[in-house]
Design a protein around this ligand. Structure first.
Ligand SMILES: C[S@@+](CC[C@H](N)C(=O)[O-])C[C@H]1O[C@@H](n2cnc3c(N)ncnc32)[C@H](O)[C@@H]1O
Length: 351
């Protein structure tokens, strides 16, 4: 069996058993993602139903996760199994958004060395290792949550992305950073270190989301619990010096570091099954699935620690926010930002 992130964890799709979840996804049997190859997983034509059901072949499996949340002092989002499952679902959302591609940077096939900073479960790094078997792929993270059984060209190491990097200058063809929002205080330094570590002609590829919901038709009111939840999470993160609001404003850091061909693109990511468009609906369904866990993961530590709210108060807000997120009358979405930029071929400052 091919090694994947999922083998050592309860099945990813267990939350589907919860009765209040998206009606369309209820009562399906559960197909663990590790039984799918990368190409199957990135086949956008499969659709949610195919991904999540194996009708008539296996009984559905329902496992309730215990509420066990642990946080590191530096990064205020837990790294427990439910969080790891959330990260893997988000990875699938990215494959849908990018039509099966792993990054936006227009890099050719001659890739020898790839760095994935803040790799999480390592799922992106492992997919990159599979897509580029001749390349060496290194994933770094604060937390040792990556599997040990990985493709031979992939390795993981524990590293704080904010400390001084020990990687050689001019040593990577591609540096990938995705969803480090909330874990980085000094983005200028991080991007500067990435510049130094890239080979001349190498590419930086960053994907960050706005931790903020909006609607184009006014259906998400500022009085709603859903809106209030995100507002409070941002307020708390600001207070802790871990602000989430950098997603839209990394251009200057990238330019200042010395990169060329800086591109900044934005995509809407809906929350919920409200979009008419099939692909957007599918993305929204997966994102909704993650909120079952994400609201607690993001909110509990931040709101109790930074804003001094009580656990029951936060729980009440989260319950209401979840209820609203499942309403098809509210049409919320977040903006996902993609940046990619190339280190100039003639750069001579990096030695
Ligand atoms: C939201 S997850 C994203 C994981 C992965 N990049 C992905 O897209 O699947 C953020 C990850 O970054 C890690 N992280 C946060 N701050 C970090 C830091 N300063 N240095 C290294 N890793 C960090 C966390 O431990 C977590 O695994």
């Amino acid at each position: 069996m091919r090694p994947t992130t999922f083998q050592h964890r309860p099945f990813l799709w267990t939350l589907l058993g919860k009765r209040h979840l998206i009606t369309r996804l209820q009562r399906v049997n559960i197909l663990p993602l590790h039984s799918l190859s990368l190409s199957e997983r990135i086949d956008t034509k499969m659709g949610v139903d195919t991904m999540l059901s194996r009708k008539g072949k296996e009984p559905g499996l329902v496992v309730w996760y215990p509420i066990k949340l642990t946080w590191s002092r530096k990064y205020l989002i837990p790294n427990d199994e439910a969080e790891q499952d959330r990260l893997d679902i988000i990875h699938h959302v990215f494959l849908l958004l990018l039509d099966g591609k792993l990054f936006r940077a227009p890099i050719g096939d001659d890739i020898q060395r790839i760095l994935d900073v803040g790799t999480g479960t390592g799922i992106w790094a492992m997919d990159a290792g599979e897509a580029y078997p001749a390349a060496e792929v290194i994933g770094t993270d604060l937390s040792p949550i990556q599997p040990s059984w990985v493709p031979p060209n992939v390795s993981f190491q524990i590293d704080d992305a904010e400390s001084d990097w020990t990687f050689g200058s001019n040593s990577f063809d591609l540096i990938h950073i995705r969803h480090l929002n909330g874990g980085i205080k000094d983005w200028r330094k991080l991007i500067g270190q990435a510049f130094k570590a890239l080979k001349p002609g190498g590419w930086l590829d960053i994907a960050e989301y706005e931790c903020f919901l909006r609607s184009d038709d006014g259906s998400l009111s500022a009085e709603s619990s859903l809106f209030k939840y995100y507002e409070l999470v941002n307020e708390a993160a600001d207070k802790m010096g871990q602000e989430f609001k950098i997603a839209a404003s990394l251009d200057q850091f990238i330019l200042d570091a010395g990169f060329d061909k800086v591109r900044h693109e934005e995509m809407k990511v809906p929350l919920g099954t409200w979009p008419a468009d099939k692909k957007q609906k599918e993305i929204g369904a997966f994102l909704l699935l993650t909120t079952e866990h994400a609201f607690e993961a993001f909110g509990m530590a931040l709101l109790t620690r930074a804003l001094g709210m009580g656990i029951p108060e936060v729980q009440e807000l989260i319950t209401a926010a979840k209820r609203e997120s499942r309403s098809r009358k509210i049409h919320p979405y977040t903006n996902q930002h993609f940046y990619y930029a190339q280190k100039p071929f003639d750069d001579s400052d990096s030695e």
